[in-house]
Each structure stands twice: as C-alpha cells, then as structure tokens.
Design a protein around this ligand. Sequence first.
Ligand code: FMN
Length: 82
Amino acid sequence: MAVGLIVHADQAEAILQSGDADLVAIGREMLYNPNWTTDAARKLGVPDAFNAMPSAQSFWLDKRASAVKNLRPSTYGTTLAE
Ligand SMILES: Cc1cc2nc3c(=O)[nH]c(=O)nc-3n(C[C@H](O)[C@H](O)[C@H](O)COP(=O)(O)O)c2cc1C
C-alpha cells in the first residue's frame, strides 16, 4: 500500500499501473475533499462514476451532469462549462 501526499487521481493511478503498489491510501486529501474518489473516477474517465455514491446523491448529480454538456468537476477549470 502506498501512502503519503498522494493527492491527484493521475498520481494514484500511475502508482497502481506501474505496479509500485496494489493499493493507494488517501489520508489528508480525503479530509479536504470527501468526494475525492468520485472526483478521481470522473477525471480518469470511469463510466457512471456517480453510481458509486449513495442514490440520494447520484440521482441529482447524474441529472446535473446531463443538464450541462461536458460538465466536469469544479477543480478542472474556472467556469461551469470548462
Ligand atoms: C485523520 C487521520 C487519522 C489517521 N490515523 C492513523 C492511524 O490510526 N494509524 C496510522 O498508522 N496512521 C494514521 N494516519 C496517517 C495516515 O495513515 C497517513 O500515513 C498520513 O496521513 C499520510 O498520508 P496523506 O498524505 O495521504 O495524509 C492518520 C491520518 C489522518 C489524516
């Protein structure tokens, strides 16, 4: 398991893909962003990433995502559609 200052989705994915670790632990970054796993899944292109969340959240987030074309996580850019 890899741990310590792993904050970005692509950083975590690279550790797994390289075989350096089988599991990545996210500590303080998860305190900062409790939805890190969903955010990372979307950034890595996982289909239906919202389905991993409780239905009370995924229902609304799916609706929101389909209402705005190419809506991406807020940390991607500076505007709603960016
Ligand atoms: C709220 C919190 C609780 C933690 N509790 C433990 C613990 O009980 N045992 C342990 O070995 N490490 C504990 N850690 C340390 C983490 O496992 C990890 O090594 C450390 O936070 C560095 O990873 P990060 O940069 O992703 O936060 C804790 C960290 C946080 C933020």
